[in-house]
Design a protein around this ligand. Structure first.
Ligand SMILES: [Zn+2]
Length: 359
């Protein structure tokens, strides 16, 4: 048999061998896993196909999402295309939906390809990010904590070159499957490497964290850390080490800077891009500065500026706005036709627009 399916590596989903089933020489059924069964976050899928021959081989792949009857096909349209990524290939392939299953007919070149719902951003890409950061003047790679499994929690620290009037903390990957968030943060580093950003570098410090949940990423999780913590909406109430370290980072930035900013980048599965603002003036200013060509599927803009404060909130972003007085942007960007470089441009443009709107 020329084709094999590989899973169980860092970042793969499913992790368990028995969720990959060979049905004939060139056909497999794969059943993704979810750590808590929340279908609204069940979008982690990443396996590797190995073609042992020296010519392309046809692969018939069924991804069986195993939704409960009450969920049914609710999320299937967002699972209709997958990426095939290898040394000589980067394709986004549409499948045929049948209930809670999606069937893909793929051409697998010789060697190995990743087949995934989201272009991977794992430890290799994280190392490449830090290598890029280290080329910027004054930049440092810092460790701000350790996860429950002992992985380093790392940030790129770029202190302001003259006066630190403002400090921006930008985070991605609260939810492990949302690789778009990591690429968005990498795009901020791209922005800071350009001459266009030199006024920003003079008076603004940046703390860039592309992966705040590396344990979840390594285990191919959808929403939580390995201890069951959700770092966003429940982040303040959690004793998970990654949550505590992140809370400390947010409080530290707020305490250290008169104008503290939090950018929280996601990649949930809605076709439109989804920035969430906490100030109507900043919303207007940001939208007016966007390069609309980078957002071809439209924007689903949310504005939480009129929402009454909740002193009991467990939400990291609400706490940052309501209790710490930070300027916050939560944002989400889906793939659907994009590649990693496009996502980086989204991160650069939206961040420049948001910071421009803050003044
Ligand atoms: Zn998310």
């Amino acid at each position: 048999m020329m084709l094999e399916m590989i899973n169980g590596y860092a970042g793969s989903n499913p992790q368990a061998d028995d969720r990959v089933e060979r049905t004939d020489d060139r056909s497999f059924v794969v059943r993704p896993e979810s750590e808590d069964g929340d279908s609204n976050y069940k979008f982690a899928f990443d396996v590797t196909a190995r073609n042992k021959s020296d010519r392309p081989q046809a692969l018939s792949l069924v991804v069986d999402w195993q939704e409960p009857p009450e969920v049914g096909t609710t999320y299937m349209d967002d699972r209709r295309s997958i990426f095939v990524i290898g040394e000589s290939v980067f394709d986004e392939v549409s499948g045929r939906l049948d209930g809670d299953r999606a069937r893909f007919e793929l051409d697998i070149p010789p060697g190995e390809v990743r087949i995934c719902l989201h272009p991977p951003f794992g430890t290799d890409e994280l190392d490449a990010f830090f290598t890029g950061i280290s080329a910027l003047p004054g930049a440092r790679r810092i460790t701000y904590g350790r996860t429950a499994e002992g992985r380093a929690l790392e940030a790129g620290w770029l202190p302001a070159e003259e006066r630190a009037d403002r400090c921006v903390l930008a985070i991605g990957r609260i939810h492990p499957y949302e690789t778009a968030g990591s690429y968005f943060i990498a795009g901020i580093a791209d922005l800071l490497a350009t001459g266009e950003a030199s006024p920003l570098r003079r008076d603004t410090s940046f703390l860039l964290v592309p992966m705040v949940n590396p344990d979840g990423v390594a285990h191919g999780l959808c929403k939580r850390t390995t201890t069951g913590a959700e770092l966003g909406a429940e982040g303040i109430s959690s004793s998970d080490p990654a949550a505590s370290a992140l809370n400390g980072l947010v409080c530290g930035v707020a305490a250290a800077s008169a104008q503290a900013v939090l950018i929280d980048a996601h990649g949930w599965m809605i076709e439109e891009d989804g920035p969430i603002f906490y100030s109507s003036a900043v919303r207007e200013g940001t939208l007016g500065r966007l390069d609309r060509r980078l957002f071809p599927n439209g924007l689903r803009v949310s504005d939480y500026s009129d929402r009454p404060a909740d002193p009991e909130t467990t939400d990291l972003r609400r706490c940052a706005v309501e209790q710490l007085g930070m300027s916050v942007l939560v944002t989400s960007h889906p793939w659907f036709g994009r590649r990693p470089d496009d996502m980086r441009k989204v991160g650069a443009n939206l961040t420049a627009a948001f910071l421009g709107a803050l003044g």
